[in-house]
Design a protein around this ligand. Structure first.
Ligand SMILES: Cc1cc2nc3c(=O)[nH]c(=O)nc-3n(C[C@H](O)[C@H](O)[C@H](O)COP(=O)(O)OP(=O)(O)OC[C@H]3O[C@@H](n4cnc5c(N)ncnc54)[C@H](O)[C@@H]3O)c2cc1C
Length: 461
């Protein structure tokens, strides 16, 4: 019987779902899967993106862990594709590879002043508060007034974590350095800026509503933003999600002014134009243009320019994928070019396919690196189904590896001195983090330094 030796690069939800779906799929060949991740812990953005105060979503880790605990997928953590293993290595040892490397970088926002001191990408801040090992341990939180640019859930996550009192995060798994950083924060006002109106936001109602329950944080909305046109009224009437969002916002409008020590302001119809220098190379203000509905669900500039003093700004305008050595990359969209998960390239000119987008046999993509950084964890499942279907049907075009034995990749990593971790190592780290939590009366405290994660994972016994 034919056997598929498959490498999956990326142990986030997309990679784990792809492995699970393939193992359960109807097929006439055997399967053996190795799952690689450059982090010593699996689960990708579920561990390092989803906000710590969203335990229900973090709980998806339990389902992903159940898949790994079945024991039919080998896990190699702390192995970076492109550095520790290359595409040529994978071709020698596997029949195919699925890239599920997600997106971790901030998309750019091209406005003057965005590079000033005190201007940050949301993705970096998220990595800090979620304890990602490859980011600095400290975060500057001296600003009293902060702007967050963006009207999606990541903008809400960032604003909520900035506005929330650190003690209200103690029930979560936040690492000690993050608690200490947030505890010392000087913030009093967080201003969220959206170019469009309240009926065009990308927030989900649940995330928005949650803001209203933050202890000692008042939500401030402005009456001038609720002068709806027909398109906005239609959206409220025809779309349940927009209806709920509108209801939540209007409830806040009716609340009397609060007396909380921190405020979270939602500014709509406000298009950021420039981050203004305070004269020392630091963020001093945000300059923005008031926009107005254009009658078709969009907005136009009104020419009215406003300025608000701030000392820090976070852009939450989207994530962006990173290129992988030897793998085609679409620089414009930040994804691996593909057709339903089959990776495409310009072709090997010696085969006469120069310039055409032809299938790169044996190479597949799934998750955020396949379709861009949009969508929830659940969407990576349907994504994986599509990719795996093609992988199965492409049997005739798989690579023919010279050393397909399961031992050969282990030998290669050992020869290169790669300190890889495995599933057993993850269990040890998991237990260790739970024990750290118990000692402080908390559920879990995350370990942040990579060397400590590796040490705990590779400990004998
Ligand atoms: C801030 C934030 C909050 C979110 N909150 C929610 C939420 O509340 N609910 C929800 O449903 N969705 C949420 N999402 C979306 C969700 O996280 C994504 O849909 C999902 O994680 C995408 O899965 P993925 O496997 O494609 O990518 P990822 O989760 O990013 O996993 C990719 C994996 O690939 C690994 N990798 C990358 N490069 C390499 C390499 N060179 N070598 C080896 N390994 C590599 C990474 O370490 C990572 O583990 C959120 C996203 C963000 C950014």
């Amino acid at each position: 019987m034919t056997k598929l030796r498959l490498a999956i690069v990326g142990a986030g939800p997309a990679g784990i779902y792809a492995a699970d779906i393939l193992l359960k799929a109807e097929r006439n060949f055997e399967v053996s899967i190795d799952l690689f991740d450059h982090l010593p812990a699996p689960y990708g953005l579920v561990r390092y993106g989803v906000a710590p105060d969203h335990p229900r979503i973090k709980g998806i880790i339990t389902a992903l862990r159940d898949v790994l605990d079945r024991g039919d997928i080998r896990v190699f953590g702390n192995v970076q594709f492109g550095r520790d293993v290359t595409l040529d290595d994978l071709k020698k040892h596997y029949n195919a590879v699925i890239f599920a490397t997600g997106a971790v970088r901030d998309a750019d926002l091209d406005i003057p002043g965005i590079d000033l001191e005190g201007s940050y990408g949301a993705a970096r801040f998220v990595s800090w508060f979620d304890g990602h090992p490859d980011f600095p341990r400290t975060w500057p939180l001296e600003a009293r007034e902060v702007a967050v640019i963006g009207n999606g859930n990541v903008a809400l996550d960032v604003s909520r974590i900035l506005a929330k009192h650190a003690d209200d995060l103690l029930s979560t798994e936040i690492p000690a350095n993050v608690y200490a950083g947030l505890k010392a924060s000087a913030v009093t006002d967080v201003h969220v800026f959206g170019r469009r109106g309240p009926t065009s936001v990308k927030f989900t109602p649940l995330e928005l509503r949650e803001l209203g329950d933050l202890p000692d944080v008042d939500i401030v909305v402005y009456d001038e933003d609720f002068d709806y046109d027909d398109a906005a009224r239609d959206a409220v009437a025809s779309n349940k999600q927009v209806f709920v969002i509108d209801k939540v916002l209007n409830k806040w409008r009716e609340r009397p002014a609060g007396t909380a020590s921190r405020r979270l302001h939602l500014h709509f119809f406000a298009k950021p134009l420039e981050i203004v220098d305070d004269g020392t190379g630091r963020v001093g203000a945000i300059r923005y243009e008031r926009t107005a509905p254009d009658g078709q669900g969009g907005v136009v500039g009104t020419g009215e320019i406003r300025e608000l003093p701030i000392q820090a700004v976070y852009r939450a305008v989207g994530y962006f994928g990173s290129p992988l050595p030897g793998v085609p990359f679409d620089k414009k969209h930040g994804v691996i070019p593909n057709r339903e998960g089959q990776v495409l390239w310009k072709g090997d000119p010696s085969f006469g396919s120069k310039g055409a987008n032809t299938q790169m046999y044996g190479v597949y993509a799934t998750g955020w690196i396949k379709r861009g950084p949009v969508g929830l964890i659940g969407h990576t499942k349907s994504d994986a189904m599509e990719t795996v279907r093609h992988l199965i049907n492409d049997l005739g075009n798989w690579w023919r590896p010279e050393s397909p034995s399961e031992q050969s990749i282990v030998t290669l990593l050992d020869e290169r001195g790669v300190e890889y971790t495995n599933l057993d190592g993850w269990h040890k780290l998991d237990q260790y983090e739970l024990a750290l939590g118990t000692a402080e009366g908390r559920t879990r405290i995350k370990v942040v330094p990579r060397d400590e994660m590796v040490l705990v994972s590779r400990a004998q016994g």
